[in-house]
Design a protein around this ligand. Structure first.
Ligand code: NAD
Length: 241
């Protein structure tokens, strides 16, 4: 058990990658806090991993502050924050609505800011902590129809590097993963022809699975990663090379 007794908050913890991460972290001995929007889904996953479930919208600062106070009341500390919640609302530039822009930025970018800003004072108090953010290869390469998503995921990289510089001296390590194409509810509605075309662009010739990303979250949270700070690790089977 690499993470025995660690308190780990996973936002989007009831979704594809987040749920897999919740299970793997629990198997590594962590106390998992499953944070997501839908109370029923949250309770279901939290029960499965014998953790704490909190229904929270990460774009809402009051709810995020409540989340942090609940975790502190229950466990007294926060060791790891995994900013994994995210959405897509695709449209080409000319057709993108203000609502599509605002919604994606408020969750994927501002949500990461809210959660990290609310959690970090508790890590500073302990003199230790890990922040693990979820960017995307789209944050580096752009993608057709994803102005809002690409901008939000590029911002996640910028925040990761900035916080790595600010917080490293306080014992808090900040890193990000940049997944490629992972089969989750976010992507599994795509037609077979698109999935096939995608596979041909991936050097490993297979789509990613949620555990491919969740395992890297675990590594970045573990003692083995204690000299990694400010890194953005691609988890894409070679799609971005
Ligand atoms: P998913 O849709 O299966 O899971 C995302 C979860 O986030 C959902 O459970 C959703 O309810 C939750 N969520 C959304 N808005 C929220 C909010 N405001 N507050 C709290 N929770 C909220 O998607 P996934 O593929 O598991 O994505 C996880 C992360 O990985 C996201 O940040 C996504 O952008 C990123 N990512 C995914 C892929 C991919 O191919 N699937 C690729 C690159 C990056």
């Amino acid at each position: 058990m690499k993470l025995a007794g660690k308190v780990v908050i996973i936002t989007g913890g009831a979704g594809g990658i987040g749920k897999e991460a919740s299970v793997i972290f629990a198997n590594e001995g962590a106390h998992v806090v499953v944070v997501d929007r839908d109370p029923q889904q949250v309770d279901k996953v939290a029960n499965e991993v014998n953790g704490l479930g909190l229904a929270v919208d990460v774009s809402n600062r009051e709810q995020v502050d409540w989340m942090v106070s609940e975790v502190i009341n229950r466990y007294g500390k926060i060791d790891v924050l995994i900013n994994n919640a995210g959405i897509t609302m695709d449209a080409t530039l000319v057709k993108m609505t203000q609502e599509q822009w605002d919604r994606v930025i408020s969750i994927n970018q501002t949500g990461v800011f809210h959660c990290t800003q609310a959690v970090v004072p508790h890590m500073i108090r302990e003199g230790a902590g890990r922040i693990i953010n979820t960017s995307s290869i789209v944050g580096r390469m752009g993608n057709f129809g994803q102005t809002n998503y690409a901008a939000s995921k590029a911002a996640v990289i910028a925040m990761t590097q900035t916080w790595a510089k600010e917080l490293g001296r306080k014992g808090i390590l900040v890193n990000a993963v940049a997944p490629g194409f992972i089969v989750t509810p976010m992507t599994d509605k795509m037609p077979e022809s698109v999935l096939q075309g995608m596979k041909e662009k991936i050097a490993l010739r297979r789509l990613g699975q949620p555990r491919d990303v969740a395992n890297v979250y675990v590594f970045l949270a573990s003692d083995e990663a204690s000299y990694i700070n400010g890194a953005v690790i691609p988890v894409d089977g070679g799609l971005s090379i």
